[in-house]
Design a protein. Structure first.
Length: 260
């Protein structure tokens, strides 16, 4: 099943994707819901981020090639993580499928995409084993961890380099039926493929991250965990369109627009 979020009468509403239609519901996919009987065409309907998380977890380094290439760019020795660590992102950075990524004045020339699998939590969880961890996953969506590298490496924290408004496109929807081992991520810029990798070939998988986080932090329905990216991005320029496709889920598309 695929779950999206749309606006109905000016209010954010969950909807079920049914072929080329969106069926609006009352309630939430993480609890009780009921179809309203209202449908709208999928084509031409603006999709919101499919969930607004209470806590927005984001894995930084989780693919070997990404770690090696980033270290080479910075001229330093690569440091491969020995355990799963996670950081956080801000809700204000979220935007939806086909919305613009708005790059602020002064962000520099090193504006990059990072195509990521996103695990969406469906049940409350604490002190979970790896064997139990995937039982609380509701489904998966796609994230683009947009990065302004000058700010990321120049500031004391990543507050604006990773969290500026619109820097976290997510969508287009949540897919609940996924075979993790069969997933492949393909990123294209202006229709030209720039990156392809096996999505589940992570240093630390979804179950290990969920288990690790849950030892200290209670996971709640609607929380999201962005699982990191492989490879590197070219420097994007004003007007570039980035497509991130993960088979079995779909394609997240966003245009990059420089503020002037």
């Amino acid at each position: 099943m695929r779950w999206a979020r749309i606006e109905v009468n000016g209010e954010p509403t969950f909807a079920i994707v049914e072929g080329d239609q969106l069926a609006a519901v009352t309630g939430t996919p993480f609890g009780d819901y009921q179809k309203t009987g209202d449908t709208v065409p999928l084509a031409g309907t603006q999709l919101l981020p499919p969930v607004i998380p209470q806590t927005f977890y984001c894995v930084g380094l989780n693919y070997l090639a990404h770690i090696l290439e980033q270290a080479e760019r910075k001229g330093i020795e690569p440091k491969v993580p020995q355990k799963p660590d996670t950081g956080y992102r801000l809700q204000c950075a979220l935007t939806g499928h086909e919305n613009n990524v708005e790059v602020p004045v002064g962000a520099g020339e090193r504006i990059h995409y990072e195509g990521e699998l996103v695990a969406v939590i469906g049940k409350k969880g604490k002190h979970l084993s790896q064997e139990e961890a995937l039982d609380i996953v509701f489904g998966y969506t796609i994230g683009n961890d947009v990065s302004a590298r000058d700010w990321q490496y120049g500031d004391n924290t990543m507050w604006r380099g990773k969290n500026s408004d619109t820097f976290k496109p997510m969508g287009p929807w949540i897919e609940t039926d996924i075979d993790l081992d069969a997933l492949e991520t393909v990123v294209s810029v202006n229709g030209e493929e720039t990156l392809r990798f096996k999505t589940n070939e992570m240093l630390f998988g979804v179950a290990e991250f969920i288990s690790t986080i849950s030892q200290n932090c209670t996971l709640q329905p609607g929380d999201v965990i962005w699982m990191g990216t492989d490879g590197t991005s070219p420097n994007l320029v004003d007007g570039d369109v980035v497509d991130i496709n993960i088979n079995q889920i779909g394609t997240l598309t966003n245009k990059y627009v420089w503020d002037k």
